[in-house]
Design a protein around this ligand. Structure first.
Ligand SMILES: Cc1cc2nc3c(=O)[nH]c(=O)nc-3n(C[C@H](O)[C@H](O)[C@H](O)COP(=O)(O)OP(=O)(O)OC[C@H]3O[C@@H](n4cnc5c(N)ncnc54)[C@H](O)[C@@H]3O)c2cc1C
Length: 655
């Protein structure tokens, strides 16, 4: 409790991620907290929680428990459960017609990028060449997911992922131009728009006649998106809002005609009459007047994409341009970002594929010490690891897109994992490609240095990987917390809740006694992968035991335990990725794919190392006293650096 009352700034920031608002009090044994009720403390977490139907008071504890439980595999991991519905078998969601249509698109889009687009020229000019933009518009690339009746191509998420993968293989600068337009720029209109908003805006956006941008970030508001200062004040007549504020680093900011803008609006609480500032999303046209932008930013990478400040100065926005509910803008923003994350993983899987081809080409042609360098073990290990990282990312991108196409709404943790993993894997793969290419990799001509520069931002935007790690860990802990809360209630009334106790308490007791939970992947994975399946189950049991122990120890204070949370997130990432590749490799083995044995090697290799990482990290968290010392040291070293304004030690020479 004390930890919560004295929560430092960082704790408040985390609650703005939405995680704090949903902690079950029964588990925490704490009185309601003002902070936990912050209206904007929503984010994706709240979005998940809000969509579950309220249960009648008569519903039994077990019914409530079952209803509250997420179908998400990743959420299940935190509870020590194998929730296999979404991950086994590896989903195949496209019907024959969708597959055929996609095949017809893949050829021309690939050829366009090979023959028309020039990524080096775009990078040098710091803008996408006009011929490329024109060609992409003609191909329909600006409206891939807009329904065909509104002038788009009408693709589902899986089809979209396949095309985005091609873009990612060739030019990430173009990818951001297209992604800022449709993955975030007008995605809000697709997800939350009224019929009239869709009919008014989507046809021109789909054809590329108008370009869209997503305006959330402000000078004082980055990761802490809830702290934006832009304001939209309703007119006394209620017909329009006056929008004022400035946004920074907006992709397509200098090109866009249509902006999804987030601003604070006064909202009156119907029950209390109190007025609070809440975020509302708006569709803003440049033609409204008062919308201007700064010069294109000079950047490290994705130079071809336009990034600019955008200013809103007394812009009159009609009330019918509110997107979603008044005061519901934070939810709109988080839904848009969650919804687009699989696309990033798909694009980066494409990037890795292209980069691996370059590395292999160099390794097969370069001779040193009288031998082709691919014959050296060090190069072989690099190539193999690159292939594994690509396989994991690609498997995850299509798993998440398929889950979304199947109508799943519980994919936020998985989507965040795919973004974190994809952006870090692509960085590693490209860095290793440069290493394999030696000095040639450092030269501009092969184009790998450009890809490395382009990739760096992917770990930062649309949720930094650090913030997303906190999200993964805390969202998982929220679900686990609910279970512990249910258990707490059940213990108060053991006769009325025997089923819950036998199930959950039994499992927990077995786990605590080191007897294993009886979990198994036998029957869902291919038998040739059973050893890897066992590794996953053992890792999951250990992970869940640590989650439970940390929750019991820290209770709500877990939000401030970032050293622990980061390690739990890494454990979750390793566990989810293992299961995804087990699923895909199982499908390939069962269906006799020509690459099935190769996939088995990729999968087994990943599982061996990922399981070992989980084991090591969880063992340290569980029982290593040095771990606590390490965390204390990190904190103290960092504090000393901050106090000193840089490194504390002096040069060994003494001057
Ligand atoms: C090229 C480019 C394009 C962009 N495009 C868009 C766009 O189209 N639309 C848009 O709205 N925005 C856009 N952005 C903004 C981008 O989304 C933000 O940069 C990002 O959200 C991070 O915010 P920040 O840069 O202010 O970093 P900060 O939030 O200041 O974070 C700095 C560091 O502190 C860490 N940190 C912050 N809070 C915590 C915490 N509570 N606990 C632990 N660590 C923490 C972060 O992880 C990060 O490492 C773009 C940015 C760039 C560079």
């Amino acid at each position: 409790m004390q930890a919560v009352r004295t929560a430092p700034v960082v704790g408040r920031q985390l609650r703005r991620l939405g995680v704090g608002s949903s902690w079950p009090r029964a588990l925490l044994g704490q009185p309601p907290l003002g902070l936990a009720r912050r209206p904007y403390a929503s984010g994706a977490t709240q979005a998940v929680l809000e969509k579950s139907d309220p249960l009648s008071p008569e519903a039994s504890t077990q019914e409530k428990q079952a209803k509250a439980e997420s179908k998400s595999f990743a959420a299940g991991m935190f509870r020590g459960q194998l929730t296999t519905d979404q991950v086994f078998p590896y989903p195949s969601v496209l019907n024959e017609e969708q597959t055929q249509f996609l095949k017809e698109l893949v050829g021309p889009v690939s050829r366009f990028f090979e023959e028309v687009n020039d990524p080096a020229k775009n990078d040098m000019m710091e803008k996408v060449e006009e011929t490329t933009l024109q060609g992409l518009k003609e191909l329909g690339a600006f409206g891939l997911q807009v329904p065909s009746e509104l002038g788009g191509v009408g693709l589902c998420n899986t089809q979209y992922a396949r095309l985005v993968e091609i873009v990612g293989t060739h030019d990430l600068g173009v990818g951001i131009t297209l992604g800022a337009h449709q993955s975030i720029g007008f995605k809000g209109i697709l997800l939350f728009g009224t019929k009239a908003q869709k009919e008014k805006y989507l046809p021109k956006l789909a054809s590329g006649e108008t370009i869209a941008a997503f305006c959330l970030t402000e000078p004082s508001s980055g990761s802490d998106a809830a702290s934006i200062r832009s304001s939209a004040v309703p007119s006394p007549c209620g017909k329009y809002y006056t929008l004022n504020g400035s946004k920074i680093w907006i992709s397509n900011g200098g090109l866009a005609d249509i902006f999804t803008v987030f601003a604070k609006t006064p909202v009156t609480d119907a029950a209390t009459g109190a007025v609070k500032e809440k975020i509302t999303a708006f569709v803003v046209e440049r033609s409204f007047g008062g919308v201007t932008h700064g010069p294109p930013e000079k950047k490290m990478g994705i130079k071809a994409s336009n990034t600019a400040e955008v200013y809103f100065d007394g812009v009159r926005v009609p009330a019918e341009n509110v997107l979603g509910e008044v005061g519901g803008g934070f939810k709109v923003a988080m839904h848009i970002l969650n919804n687009g994350r699989f696309g990033m993983a798909a694009a980066l899987a494409g990037t890795m594929k292209g980069i691996i081809a370059k590395a292999v080409d160099h390794a097969t042609n370069r001779t040193q010490f009288g031998d082709k360098i691919h014959n050296f073990g060090l190069i072989q290990e690099k190539l193999a690891r690159m292939a594994i990282l690509h396989y994991v990312t690609e498997s995850m991108a299509y798993m998440v897109s398929a889950n979304m196409d199947q109508g799943s709404t519980d994919f936020q943790i998985e989507a965040a994992i795919s973004k974190i993993f994809g952006s870090e894997a692509a960085w590693k793969v490209t860095d290793e490609c440069i290493q394999i290419m030696g000095g040639m990799g450092f030269m501009k001509e092969p184009g790998v240095e450009r890809v490395l520069r382009d990739l760096r931002i992917f770990r930062i935007f649309e949720g930094t990987n650090d913030i997303l790690r906190l999200f993964v860990a805390l969202q998982g802990c929220v679900d686990k917390g609910k279970e512990l809360s249910g258990l707490g209630n059940a213990l108060k009334n053991p006769f009325g809740n025997a089923g819950l106790l036998l199930g959950e308490a039994g499992k927990q007791l077995r786990r605590r006694a080191g007897l294993g939970s009886g979990l198994s992947l036998n029957g869902v994975i291919h038998r040739e992968l059973s050893r890897s399946g066992e590794l996953v189950v053992q890792a999951l049991e250990q992970f869940a035991a640590v989650v439970e122990a940390k929750l019991i120890k820290h209770k709500k204070g877990i939000v401030n335990e970032q050293f622990v949370l980061q390690r739990l997130a890494d454990g979750a990432i390793d566990l989810y990725t293992m299961v995804v590749v087990l699923s895909r490799a199982s499908r390939s083995l069962s269906e006799g794919h020509p690459t099935a044995q190769h996939e088995k090697m990729l999968c087994d290799s990943w599982c061996i190392e990922a399981a070992a990482r989980v084991r090591e990290t969880m063992t340290a968290l569980q029982s290593d006293p040095q771990q606590q010392e390490l965390f204390r040291n990190f904190k103290s070293i960092s504090t000393a650096l901050v106090e000193r304004g840089g490194v504390v030690t002096s040069n060994p020479l003494g001057f």
